[in-house]
Design a protein around this ligand. Sequence first.
Ligand code: FAD
Ligand code: SF4
Length: 569
Amino acid sequence: MANLNIDSIKDRKFDAIVIGSGMSGGWAAKELGDKGLKTLILERGRDVKHLKDYPTTNLYPWEFPHHGEVTAEIREANPIVNRCYAFGEDAMHFFVKDKEHPYVQEKPFDWIRGYQVGGKSLLWARQTQRWSDFDFDGPARDGFAVDWPIRYADIAPWYSYVEKFAGISGNKDGLAELPDGEFLPAFPLNAVETYFSKHVKSKYQNRHVISARCAHLSKPNQIHLDQGRGQCQERTLCHRGCPFGGYFSANSSTIPWALKSGHVTLRPFSVVESIFYDEQKGKATGVRVIDTNTKEAIEYYADVIFLNAAALNSNLVLLNSTSHRFPNGLGNDSGTLGKYVAFHNYSAHINAEYDGAKEWTTDGRNPAGGGYIPRFRNVYKQETNFLRGYAAGFSAYRYNQTTSEGIGDELKNNLKNDDLSGWKVGSHMMGETIPKESNYVALDKSQKDPWGIPKLKISVDYDDNDAKMKKDYVEQMTEMFTSAGFTNIKASVDSRAPGLDIHEMGGVRMGKDPKTSMLDKWHRLHACQNVYVTDGASMTSTSCQNPSLTYMAFAARAVDHWVTNKGKA
Ligand SMILES: Cc1cc2nc3c(=O)[nH]c(=O)nc-3n(C[C@H](O)[C@H](O)[C@H](O)COP(=O)(O)OP(=O)(O)OC[C@H]3O[C@@H](n4cnc5c(N)ncnc54)[C@H](O)[C@@H]3O)c2cc1C
Ligand code: SF4
């Protein structure tokens, strides 16, 4: 981190400020640094340096005090974050603990967060799919939200731009609903995944099981080596932080790259409390930060501000940025700020067994996680009683089974003589939810957080559309599994609260009309054109594809727009 002399206003004046150093903020900072703008990144959490701050990355299972399990004490103290599948002894230091950053749940909402340099990019499952015109057209076609002000053609070159730098593995599958990208070699499907893929292709029109696309360096190019990253070793211990830089994270890629430019300063432990607006100049002029160690309030100034605090926190910052001109939150002329929050729905699973392919086993591990089934419902026409659709994961595996019976030599022999199980197969649903005005976030009127900032109140729920979609997923997958000859099929539908799928979006949506949206087609606030929001808050609808690649592309495109049009906004 650069040394900061915070005594003089001159030293606190930058060309650009980026709020948040995670997946999308990292991209904004890299682009600004590359273009030579003096940039300040403000990050509320601690610094996490690539390699140095991954304390568990090289530990063997037996080196963990609890063999990877979270103790009952920690589980009980963290009922929300403990529900996240990746919250284990090996990675829990990268998650926000429930008591440390409280929020108000008007309705149950499991808000899973990573407050540190790198944000949640250290923890993600690295699934990366482009969105297609079926996604950007969706609201206009179905009328469930406002029309997106952009289409796939606007963002396609920026997908290519970020894919080349981040490194995305995948096959060119030639599917209109899941456009191809700039891929490194895909991680191959195993024997049973391939069998199911072929079966689905032969039996169903417009249904596909493809190799999951993911942000891993299956075969690095020079640009990845230039970042100091190396080939993925297929260890699948990624959420501990990868010492090879084998997967994309802000910590291994965009943030060190930005800092190397010499134009970028990173200030951790800095919660942005608000953005201030100058009425005479008609634009935002800076931000107020609370230093989380000293509780000191400090102001920083810049010509442009990129808000990348992750969807709900970006809502919070804007809601808390009030002025005479914007009494209800910065840029909130439409009254839509905080509203139309939507998310993904991962709450249905299905498992089964396959009695064939016994001559095959798996070789090594697949960091992509296996197969991906792109959305096939309501794509070309409305064919169900629910709007939009779902994608699905699909994977097959065998595992070593041992008996732990006996004592002494008998036990030792039992443990040594493991036996390979038959094939198990499984799938999980990834559904799109509908943005609704009644799904909103707001500032709590009476409660404040430890830094004196109003707590965020979350009021978000599932609806009938989600229930119908879930039912359809179970029916369709059961049919596909049955016809493939899978047996012992068991579907499970859980009653999780929204949020656990960690793809919350909206509240600061894009749109053509300033009366019904917050951001224009360049991600600028319609009413304050030197503030750009390029994280999940900006999403008009959610698609069912994973969102992070799209945030990255949006961030790079928005910086390009600012630099090209500076002064003409
Ligand atoms: C277990 C897990 C699995 C996931 N799997 C996938 C996946 O497979 N594919 C996919 O696309 N996505 C996945 N995600 C989601 C993905 O991580 C997020 O979509 C992505 O990180 C969001 O990027 P962001 O920049 O908006 O937020 P983040 O990466 O969370 O970064 C936001 C940063 O802003 C900081 N911040 C917040 N408020 C303030 C403030 N007021 N002042 C200063 N700084 C602030 C935070 O500390 C944080 O560092 C997963 C997430 C998790 C946790
Ligand atoms: S699978 Fe690849 S990216 Fe993940 S920890 Fe292993 S080497 Fe790193």
